[in-house]
Design a protein around this ligand. Sequence first.
Ligand code: EPZ
Length: 425
Amino acid sequence: MDKLLVHGGTSLSGSINISGSKNASLPILAAALLTDQQVVIERVPDVSDTNYMLQILSALGCEVERYSGTVKITAAEIRPEAPYEIVRKMRASICVMGPLVARLGRASVSIPGGCVIGDRPIDLHLKGLQAIGANIDTEGGNILIEAKEGLKGQEVDLSGKHGPTVLGTDNLLMAAVLTEGITVIESAACEPEVVDLANFLISMGAKIEGAGTRRITIQGVTSLGGTHHTVIPDRIEAGTFMVAGAIASRSGITLNRIRQDQLTGATEKLTEAGHLVKFNRTGDSVTVTQGDSPSGCSITTAPHPGFPTDMQAQFTAMFATTPGISVIEDTIFPQRFMHCAELTRMGADISVDNGTAVVHGINQLSAAPVMASDLRASAALVLAGLKAKGTTEINRLYHIDRGYEMIDEKLLQLGAKVERTRGSV
Ligand code: EPZ
């Protein structure tokens, strides 16, 4: 397995282009199942998660073509069974359920396993589909969904104990667009990726109002057509590199092809911590520079438009060497602190208890061999290595390759001293 060697201490500079959003691409690729016409989707990042989704679509019978960031999909003749051996690799595969049951009246998808960031239930996904008439059963580790009497629009509240569900909202949204009558999703997720999916569906002929708010109304149609869509920028990749600028750039790094309105959480907290964040006039480029006297601050994650849980590990890495005390609470995934044990191996002073990490900033981390565990925790370790004394060795790089397109190339372009090598673990 690959590993990344990060030689710390270099000040970053220069600029990179941010890729298209992985988390917008995954449900949009699944939504191709809703039509027998060809869809063309641009700016799909070439990462293992999107490639897993394309493998699943092929296994379901879709014609799939990919060249660079452009994907062409035609779901003319499709099957309702998603293959276990691919689905088990990626939890987001669950978002083929909605389109399959809407298009075919049934679906069989393996129950996703848990993962290191915590319990990943799908009760809200099933609640939404049952509400519009799907019958749910489980057999041999698979979820069997069937709409024996067809689907019928209903009003459904999708809130859970940790708030809205992003992919749960996506699943119901994709089922509802071909469901007779009006479906209303209350407590819907408002993430930009949900809005991008809704825009994709609308361009196919779906009738959707309220995407981006807590209440989405869908008027079912009988069929959808093909379309051509460009995926929004990846706000989490952008946020990750903004933190890289705050940690390790005295002259500033510039990130292009971003959207300012999607980066408010990271911008506010970097500014509060004393770093410089400057957007260009059109809001599609941002320059981040390490502040002269940064200080710790507190973060509590929340559903969009709150601070994204997908950004807390990266900020924890930054706070590890920020003077003062920082408190990071993750209300969405209270167990999402795998990175803290690895940062502690690098000398960080972090205590984690009951979904909250308390960080006492130290002067400098020291490099160590560390283990990537999940996508964002792994990115946090790379960020920590940028300023650590010595060479940090990050093993199991496949975790990062799931959601960061060519992260080593981008870091090299910013002047970081990193190298990808073959690892033994
Ligand atoms: C999406 O996952 C993202 N993944 C995650 O990003 C992100 O962390 C998460 O949303 C929260 O923003 C993709 O978009 C592919 P949820 P999702 O359903 O939709 C609970 C990354 O790093 N819940 O919004 O699976 C759940 O346990 C990934 O790119 C239920 O209780 O997350 C959590 O506490 C990691 N029942 C909360 O809701 C359910 O049926 C939010 O989860 C579903 C979820």
